[in-house]
Design a protein around this ligand. Structure first.
Ligand SMILES: Nc1ncnc2c1ncn2[C@@H]1O[C@H](COP(=O)(O)OP(=O)(O)O)[C@@H](O)[C@H]1O
Ligand SMILES: O=C(O)C(=O)C[C@H](O)[C@H](O)COP(=O)(O)O
Length: 309
């Protein structure tokens, strides 16, 4: 059976810094991250039928990801294990400016993927393919694979969703600008966040950024505005939503869970404004716990937050 949503990119085993209560206690909590895996689990918890496209190392971290996806009902039948490379690892640390990522991912199994290894039939039969600028930044072969996957999806009427997640530890701003602009011109839904979009476009205001990305060719732009909420727009309509008032602990995966929730409700036929409401509520719950995956909410929790139950 084919998945209705496919998520393509690199899962990352996570070590997330927590406040140390006693001197000898460990101050990193292990967990799971990687923008596309976070997206897939967020979507599955919203009720989507979702699968991963990625390569893992033939190692303990890879095994743990397979077990995680099984528990979360994320399909891993398209996931390949590579005995000669490792699963990616990253660390989250916090300072007064927010959270920071450090990576151990060079030469990882996911970064070695090539376009010849894409699951052509599964992409053709999905309703939506999600991928990200991180998937393009990790290597040239992975970047080529993203463009090939988008081409396949467009030929077969599979929607393409794209998160512009900018990681300047992985590539230069000039290269990121060129690749991200070209990709946005080819996708159905793009999810820029305002601070990254300001860097990428040189524009300041939300409406200007949205207009810019619509003009480049994205059919739907969903601008994530952090603690200011979010805005969705296409050529005909535009809606903004205020953020929920929460006590934020760790903003890791706010954007991924937002996109996973938005796409789940979009492929099920919800209107743009409704998708925005679910995404905004999903992300507001995600940021109330440490790490990327543990705090991702279920559909019931999101509906309770929206006031539907
Ligand atoms: N402090 C906050 N309070 C409430 N909601 C928030 C807060 N920060 C983020 N969110 C929600 O999460 C979404 C994504 O967060 P943002 O930080 O913009 O994305 P990213 O993680 O991609 O940088 C926002 O659009 C908003 O809906
Ligand atoms: O940086 C990477 O390569 C990762 O994939 C690690 C993280 O799990 C996501 O980046 C979190 O994404 P946000 O939703 O933007 O907080």
């Amino acid at each position: 059976m084919f998945s209705e949503i496919l998520s393509f990119g690199e899962p990352m085993y996570e070590f997330s810094q927590i406040k140390q209560s006693k001197a000898m206690e460990p101050d990193f909590l292990s967990g799971f991250g990687g923008d596309v895996s976070n997206f897939a689990i967020a979507a599955a918890r919203q009720g989507a039928n979702v699968g991963m496209i990625t390569h893992l190392g033939d190692d303990e971290f890879g095994e743990q990801f397979r077990a995680l996806w099984k528990r979360e009902s994320v399909a891993s039948d398209l996931v390949v294990s590579n005995a000669s490379a490792h699963t990616g690892v990253y660390f989250i640390t916090h300072n007064e400016e927010g959270h920071h990522f450090s990576f151990l991912r060079k030469g990882s199994a996911a970064s070695l993927i090539s376009k010849q290894q894409l699951p052509v039939e599964a992409i053709a039969n999905a309703k939506l393919l999600h991928t990200t600028a991180i998937t393009q930044a990790i290597s040239d072969t992975s970047c080529d694979a993203v463009f090939a996957a988008i081409e396949l999806a467009r030929k077969t009427d599979t929607l393409v969703s794209y998160d512009t997640n900018l990681r300047l530890k992985l590539w230069s701003l000039n290269r990121a600008k060129a690749i991200i602009n070209e990709t946005i011109s080819q996708v159905d839904i793009c999810f820029p966040s305002i601070d990254e979009a300001q860097l990428l476009t040189g524009l300041t205001h939300a409406d200007e950024i949205i207009d810019h990305y619509l003009q480049l060719g994205a059919k739907i732009v969903v601008l994530k505005q952090g603690s200011e909420g979010a805005t969705v727009a296409n050529q005909h309509e535009r809606f903004s939503i205020k953020p929920h008032k929460v006590s934020a602990v760790d903003a890791t995966a706010a954007g991924d869970s937002f996109a996973g929730s938005f796409c789940t409700h979009y492929v099920r036929g919800a209107e743009l404004q409704e998708c925005l409401k679910y995404a905004n509520a999903t992300a507001s719950i995600t940021i109330t716990g440490y790490g990327a995956v543990a705090p991702l909410p279920t559909l019931a929790q999101v509906e309770q937050r929206i006031g539907l139950s």
